[in-house]
Design a protein around this ligand. Structure first.
Ligand SMILES: NC(=O)c1ccc[n+]([C@@H]2O[C@H](COP(=O)([O-])OP(=O)(O)OC[C@H]3O[C@@H](n4cnc5c(N)ncnc54)[C@H](O)[C@@H]3O)[C@@H](O)[C@H]2O)c1
Length: 384
């Protein structure tokens, strides 16, 4: 990898996700044919206690700062990964772009529709920069098989699509509140802002933008422990069911039921998509990460689901043998490979990271869902 182009990255927000990126960069040797390699050059977090792990693991870090403006002023930093709370997305993403750095931002890419639009307006002024949003689940081999099946369009009439992302730890009433459960920091979208782009990235890439939505939003735990013996209000939505109407190219409609749950008993981090059609059906869930379910149906024939064990079938080839299993950190690595490849060559290959436009569309859906919940009616979704 000595002669390979090196892209110096700064990380703003060194928490849960900052570490995931740094770890992916550290195992770039896992990829067989990368055209460029990310190097962690600078880190920034308000909490300097987080720096030690980075400094011990990445001797190439030349700057560790509590002030992100200092990181942005560093000419060596070419690109930034920003993983901070949602209330900070707008200001920090805009400053990153204004500083002339490429950006992989985190979802929801702005705390609300106005913040998202402000970020997109700034991106438009800097056409030379590459800006994408994080969303790793479509990089699972099973998700990619589903994407290919959609492109091959062999479903006959689509009967319904189910997609979702399910977490369960909030079922514990003793779990203390954190910023992801506070409206002013996480946003009014609640669980949709946190989990929703993961669910919509693949459908939107396939052109399945809903025309209307009827939302059922639940706040199952309106109070939580404050972590210090007290109880505080917890106003964010825990669970969302978005009943969407999607129009096909030939003018028919199918229901797409999208769930983002923080309280889904037994589910730790389950991303799934299932398409049922009159000729073909397909289902994939990270709950059984190796297993792809398909059913092909000929009129009058038998109806049998087929189960295939998927191996390590990746978009970007790796050292891991095809017989082995794929997991969350592999999806993170593949997503980063797509970002770095596109930055280095202008081409992400078969499936790039979520685009700013896809985040814009997802905000349209979530904003309409809030209106639907408020007015208890289906809401038309504005595309522009
Ligand atoms: N892609 C995924 O699978 C995934 C998973 C979890 C979270 N996320 C997203 O990543 C982002 C961050 O979430 P997280 O789970 O890593 O949160 P986190 O709380 O673990 O980390 C956020 C970090 O930002 C730091 N921070 C706050 N204000 C700052 C400032 N002004 N300057 C610099 N640093 C500051 C905090 O100190 C904290 O360390 C969110 O947008 C979230 O939605 C994505």
């Amino acid at each position: 990898m000595n002669n390979m182009r090196k892209i110096k990255f700064g990380i703003i927000g060194c928490g849960l996700m900052g570490r995931e990126f740094a770890s992916a960069a550290a195992r770039w040797c896992h990829l067989l044919k990368p055209t460029a390699i990310p190097e962690i050059a600078a880190i920034c977090d308000k909490n300097s206690d987080l720096f030690d792990w980075y400094l011990q693991s990445f001797p190439g870090i030349i700057m560790a700062t509590k002030d992100y403006r200092e990181l942005l002023a560093n000419d060596e930093v070419e690109a930034v990964y920003c993983a901070v709370p949602h209330s900070l997305h707008k200001d920090i993403y805009i400053d990153i772009i204004k500083a002339g750095k490429h950006l992989l931002g985190e979802k929801p890419f702005g705390i609300d529709m106005q913040a998202n639009q402000a970020i997109l307006d700034e991106i438009e002024k800097h056409p030379g920069l590459m800006v994408r949003s994080s969303s790793e689940f479509p990089f699972y081999p099973g998700a990619q098989r589903v994407a290919r099946a959609i492109q091959e369009n062999e479903f006959g009439k689509i009967i319904e699509v189910n997609a979702g992302f399910l977490h369960s730890s909030d079922i514990n009433p003793n779990k203390a509140i954190n910023w992801k459960r506070m409206v002013d920091i996480n946003g009014e979208y609640g669980c949709m802002g946190d989990l929703g782009l993961h669910v919509f990235h693949l459908p939107l890439r396939m052109g399945w933008m809903p025309e209307r939505v009827y939302a059922q939003l639940l706040n199952l735990m309106p109070e939580r422990s404050d972590g210090h013996g007290g109880i505080v209000p917890c106003e964010t939505w825990d669970n969302a069911i978005l009943n969407c109407d999607v129009r096909t190219e030939d003018g028919r409609y199918f229901p797409m039921i999208c769930k983002t749950y923080r309280i889904a008993p037994g589910e730790t981090d389950t991303w799934y998509i299932e398409i049922k059609g009159t000729r073909k059906s397909i289902a994939y869930s990270t709950k059984y990460p190796k297993t792809l379910m398909t059913m092909d149906y000929e009129p009058g024939g038998t109806q049998e689901w087929r189960r295939e064990d998927l191996g390590y079938e990746t978009l970007f080839p790796c050292i891991t043998g095809g017989i082995f299993e794929f997991g969350f950190t592999d999806a993170i690595l593949q997503m980063w490979a797509a970002f770095v490849e596109e930055l280095a060559t202008g081409n992400a290959g078969d499936f790039g990271c979520a685009t700013p436009e896809e985040t814009r569309l997802s905000h349209r859906v979530f904003t309409a869902a809030l209106e639907s919940q408020r007015d208890k009616k289906a809401v038309e979704i504005l595309k522009s």
